[in-house]
Design a protein. Structure first.
Length: 74
């Protein structure tokens, strides 16, 4: 197992993109588009990372949210 910064390697290490995927990525990069996707546990609630500041949610309730967060579920 490969370890980087103390964390185990993820499944992406063995990913090989298809030729179609490489072509699409090349077009995306050459077209000068960019994307930064930032999400985490708070995305389950659909209200941004400041949800504990903007809505009346307490820590006890917020601690239940991670069990619903699944970044690979489609």
């Amino acid at each position: 197992m490969t370890v980087a910064a103390g964390l185990p390697a993820n499944a992406q290490e063995n990913y090989t993109p298809t030729p179609e995927n490489v072509k699409a990525r090349t077009w995306f990069q050459d077209a000068k588009f960019g994307m930064f996707i930032h999400w985490g546990v708070y995305s389950v609630l659909g209200d941004g990372e400041w949800i504990m500041e903007t809505r009346p949610i307490n820590r006890t309730d917020y601690l239940k949210v991670p069990s619903f967060f699944n970044p690979v579920k489609i």
